[in-house]
Design a protein around this ligand. Structure first.
Ligand code: PLP
Length: 452
């Protein structure tokens, strides 16, 4: 032959340039081999060799509307032609329209929108608002949570991974949220788990001193930590505790919001209205960086005559707001949230249950909408995880092998510790979802080989 295909050479050049100067997040620079991506559309992306991947990760669980949605691409192009940038202090049509569309969909009286450039920054600002509103210093947040990688957000994160830079944060106290499969309370039923989790939270509030606690921060449905849908009554119980002690209730919907669970917001499943709700990711499917905090009337009133000390140069950026307006409108016009709910109930719930029945490596399936986790185990009886938490190298091989089998089958999985998450775009079709389930079936056989 005459050497590699020109497309293969182009891909190799992209990878070489990446290797030369790009410093990757969350990575040992010498131990990674990033795929060179040539393009994407809908539920798929592809490399320079023509390998196409069904995106069961939605990237970082953010491309809820799929890749290259034509209405969103056109809106960004149109806005770029009209007004690319303007400081946050000005009133602009596209920003107020984005805020209106978001406020109309957030639950209750969360009617003022503070824009940020992403999720961590939204969490940072929600916590700052809660501290200023209450005049109290502490924030309670859950183990098995992810809230972002900036200074405060990483400290609020309750991940089993721990980083040296975590130590010494003032005022962050972690508590256990309910998770029956690995119950911190040794409960046997959802009712027991719920009751014990609420008693534990109230005890924690009591020992910390309610008058010192600004906020309780929770992901409505914890995502990165394993997609644990809370038992009925838990979030309503937390709401009640917050009301009783004058604590601000913050729900982080950066991952769960904007259709992921089959409703606009995960809080809608539980009939609970927080005082502050953080969002990012699905608000515009990540086409341009955007996040924000939806603020209750009471907390907004605190800052009517007193300045709010926060905001960055690019807060509420016009291109980001234009992509949010187009995303939300397209989601409404095309029934995309309803699609996520339907695919979840009619295809993923039964399809994943069937995989669990046939594969001994599946310990538990949990989720809703297009937001599912398969917890892989060595032994269903003891529930020993397929790989230990924080595994690396040879210890992590069973999960790495599972992920490689998915990719060989043309599926891009979201893998975290001993779990694979099934988190495709909200736009996924029934045929695509079934195609993905078939690949998972094959890859799970590789995981089964590591069970006892
Ligand atoms: N909060 C939650 C619930 C998240 O899932 C994430 C990201 O995965 C964040 C916050 C941080 O968002 P970002 O990475 O946009 O800063």
């Amino acid at each position: 032959s005459n050497g590699p295909d020109p497309r293969t050479r182009a891909g190799a050049a992209v990878k070489a340039a990446d290797r030369a100067h790009v410093f990757h997040s969350w990575s040992a620079q010498g131990l990674i081999d990033p795929l060179a991506v040539a393009g994407a559309e809908g539920s798929y992306f592809w490399d320079y060799d023509g390998n196409r991947y069904l995106d069961f990760s939605s990237q970082l669980v953010n491309t809820n509307i799929g890749h290259q949605h034509p209405k969103v691409v056109a809106a960004v192009q149109e806005q770029a032609g009209r007004l690319c940038t303007i400081a946050p202090g000005f009133a602009v049509d596209v920003r107020s329209e984005a805020a209106r569309l978001i406020a109309e969909r957030t639950p209750g009286d969360l009617d003022k929108i503070f824009f940020t450039n992403g999720g961590a920054e939204a969490v940072e600002n929600a916590v700052r608002m809660a501290r200023l509103h209450t005049g109290r210093p502490k924030v309670l947040s859950a183990y098995r949570s992810y809230h972002g990688a900036t200074a405060a957000a990483i400290h609020l994160t309750g991940d089993p991974r721990r980083w040296p830079s975590d130590s010494g944060t003032a005022g962050v106290v972690h508590f256990w949220a309910p998770f029956l499969y690995r119950s911190p309370f040794h409960a046997r039923t959802e009712e027991e788990e719920c009751e014990r989790a609420l008693r534990h939270l109230e005890d924690t509030i009591g020992f910390e001193g309610p008058q010192t606690i600004a906020a309780v921060l929770l992901e409505t449905v914890p995502g990165t930590a394993g997609i644990m849908v809370p038992p009925a009554g838990y979030l309503a119980g937390v709401r009640e505790l917050c009301d009783r002690y004058g604590i601000v209730f913050v729900l982080d919907e950066v991952m769960a919001g904007f259709g992921r669970t089959g409703r606009w917001f995960a809080a809608d499943h539980f009939g609970v209205v927080p005082d502050l709700l953080t969002f990012a990711k699905g608000v515009n499917s990540g086409y341009v960086p955007l996040g924000g905090v939806a603020i209750s009337a009471e907390i907004a009133a605190t800052f009517e005559t007193r300045p709010y000390p926060g905001g960055l140069t690019y807060s509420g950026h016009p291109l980001a707001c234009a992509s949010a307006v187009a995303t939300i409108n397209a989601m409404a016009e095309e029934g995309i949230v309803e699609n996520a709910a339907r695919i979840g109930e009619e295809v993923l719930r039964p399809g994943l249950a069937e995989l669990a029945a046939r594969h001994p490596s599946v310990g538990e399936v949990r989720g809703t909408g297009v937001f599912w986790a398969l917890e892989l185990v060595k032994d269903r009886t003891t529930r020993e995880p397929l790989v230990p938490y924080n595994a690396s190298g040879a210890d992590a091989a069973p999960m790495a092998g599972f992920a490689a089998a998915c990719r060989r089958g043309g599926l891009w999985p979201f893998v975290n510790m001993n779990r694979t998450h099934v988190v495709p775009p909200c736009t996924i079709t029934e045929a695509e979802a079934k195609e993905g389930l078939a690949v998972l079936d094959t890859a799970l056989s590789a995981a089964d080989a590591h069970t006892v």
